[in-house]
Design a binder for this molecule. Structure first.
Ligand code: FPP
Length: 249
């Protein structure tokens, strides 16, 4: 049985009629299947997926989304063939260089979430330059999850809290929901209201585990490289009709 069943497309509403989510998460899934369907190598799917990412990030910013988090590479994705990992890292690097050179007048604030200690010095430099150059902008916050894992993030948070208890900055009594949130990579950002997963898989895949306690999921039957702004509109309209109770009645 479909657990996160998406409602049928509603053509009676448009974006101007609805309240948009503050924070959207997207699991950019289906690149490999998209390529396979066309007899192409998986890496061609990621190249197409990177283009979709550019279009959808721009669209989210244009319609007034305040926070967008995209899942680009998980802590488990290193298990993939080296050629595929290298291709994703290359696409990521290309985007970071493009963002530094071409987006000077942009309003988007670029952030990277995940364990960055594994990246090479030149990659780290690009990450930090993007974050520093964009930090004072006033537009949408774009979190790019690279070498990100929800469990890994929680483990890091617990270790950092433990260190701060040991060095006297915190006591065990300070530990609370809010404190944990403040030690996550998404510190001081609202939790995602809506998480979109294209490609029809009914899994969280270790994405924003702590932050998604009350996120609404929208599973869509489209592969990420084929994802268009119309699919995003459809997810937003579906989301607007959900009755969010956050555990209440
Ligand atoms: C999941 O699809 C996708 C990935 C693991 C990589 C996503 C990467 C990009 C979209 C491009 C690089 C990112 C940036 C920020 C430029 P899959 O390969 O698991 O698809 P499948 O389930 O059909 O095999």
């Amino acid at each position: 049985m479909a657990f996160f069943k998406k409602s049928k497309k509603d053509t009676s509403l448009s974006l101007k009629d609805i309240q948009l989510p503050l924070h959207i998460g997207i699991i950019m899934d289906g690149n490999g299947r998209w390529a396979k369907k066309r007899g192409l190598p998986r890496t061609a799917g990621h190249t197409a997926g990177a283009q979709t990412f550019r279009r959808i990030a721009r669209y989210c910013s244009d319609i007034g989304i305040k926070y967008l988090t995209v899942y680009a590479f998980s802590t488990e994705n290193w298990k993939r063939p080296k050629e595929e990992v290298d291709a994703i890292m290359k696409l990521f690097k290309e985007y970071m260089i493009e963002a530094i050179n071409d987006f000077q007048d942009d309003s988007i604030v670029v952030k990277f979430i995940g364990d960055r200690t594994v990246f090479s010095d030149d990659m780290l430099e690009l990450i930090e330059k993007n974050e520093n150059d964009s930090k004072d902008r006033d537009g949408m916050v774009l979190n790019i999850a690279m070498n990100y894992g929800g469990r890994d993030e929680i483990v890091h948070a617990v270790k950092d809290i433990f260190a701060d208890i040991q060095n006297g900055k915190l006591t065990a009594d300070d530990i609370s929901d809010q404190l944990l949130s403040d030690y996550m990579y998404t510190k001081s950002q609202p939790d995602p209201d809506l998480i979109i997963r294209p490609s029809g898989e009914y899994r969280t895949s270790n994405f924003l585990l702590w932050q998604s306690a009350y996120s609404e999921y929208c599973i869509m039957d489209v592969l990420w490289p084929d994802f268009k702004s119309e699919h995003l509109d459809e997810a937003l309209i579906d989301f607007a009709k959900r009755n969010r109770r956050f555990g209440g009645v």
